[in-house]
Design a protein around this ligand. Structure first.
Ligand SMILES: C/C(=C\CNc1ncnc2c1ncn2[C@@H]1O[C@H](COP(=O)(O)O)[C@@H](O)[C@H]1O)CO
Length: 243
């Protein structure tokens, strides 16, 4: 016998519902464990996309700045991140970070103090840190994948400061999307020659040498210590010039 529960068809021994969907909706005495189940989570995930798209749709040109959550305020990289935030604003960009501490906080601080748009895409973590005080427009996400979509959709370039696993994840996500042409090619600039050289040497000496990537893949990355060069690349890409 066919049994239809909403759009779901069940036949031949598939678990049968004892009631219809609308009966269960109207029955307030029913169990509430469904709010913790995956089908319900899909709605929360959708809500994150809707809120993110709604909040960021009119942002204008923006650059994502990635970098370590652990960069201390007395670390020279903190000052560099602050300067990056400021210079990006002076070049006409909004600055998007992960909204957390360290390099994210510094880039938001530089952007905010330069009277630019300082955006933080925070993430709910088991250890609470919250949005840093220099975020002027913030969204808190539960799901990393929804948050990552926002970085890629609303940034015209990525400026990557020294960082750890989170920074590497974000950088390689951008590289994967650019390599597979899921996004238009955009600048991905690693700032910090000493810090990033080892990674680039390994990519060239092992990954490229073993045929797992091409020279063109490596060309997607720019390595520099010079923030002006980094910002100039972002500007050229935004203005449709070759870079
Ligand atoms: C580790 C600590 C707090 C973490 N808080 C974060 N808040 C927001 N975004 C974060 C946080 N941690 C990582 N991220 C994302 O990854 C990148 C930095 O990761 P890394 O491993 O530190 O390189 C960053 O760009 C964020 O998008 C308490 O110190």
């Amino acid at each position: 016998m066919d049994k239809l529960t909403g759009p779901i068809l069940r036949r031949r021994g598939q678990a049968q519902e004892a009631s219809t969907t609308d009966q269960r909706l109207l029955d307030t005495r029913g169990p509430s464990d469904w709010v913790h189940q995956d089908p319900w989570r899909v709605l929360r995930i959708q809500a994150e996309f809707v809120e993110g798209f709604g909040a960021l749709a009119e942002l204008g040109p923006a650059i994502a700045v990635f970098g370590s959550a652990r960069t201390a305020p007395d670390d020279p990289t903190y000052a560099l991140a602050e300067e990056a935030g400021r210079k990006l604003v002076e070049a006409g960009f909004a600055v998007i970070t992960g909204g957390g501490p360290g390099a994210m906080e510094a880039a938001n601080k530089g952007a905010s103090q330069a009277d630019g748009l300082s955006v933080g895409l925070g993430i709910e973590l088991p250890f609470e840190s919250g949005l840093n005080p220099w975020v002027d427009k913030g969204i808190n996400f539960r799901y990393f994948f929804a948050r990552k979509t926002m970085f890629v959709k609303y940034s015209q370039g990525f400026l990557v400061l020294p960082g750890g696993i989170g920074t590497l994840d974000e950088t390689f996500e951008a590289l994967t999307l650019a390599q597979t042409r899921k996004v238009t090619r955009f600048p991905i600039v690693l700032v910090g020659v000493e810090y990033w050289s080892g990674l680039l040497a390994w990519l060239r000496g092992t990954v490229l040498a073993d045929g797992k990537i091409t020279e063109a893949d490596l060309d997607m990355l720019t390595l520099t210590d010079d923030l002006d060069e980094a910002v100039a690349l972002m500007v050229a890409a935004r203005d449709g010039e070759s870079w």
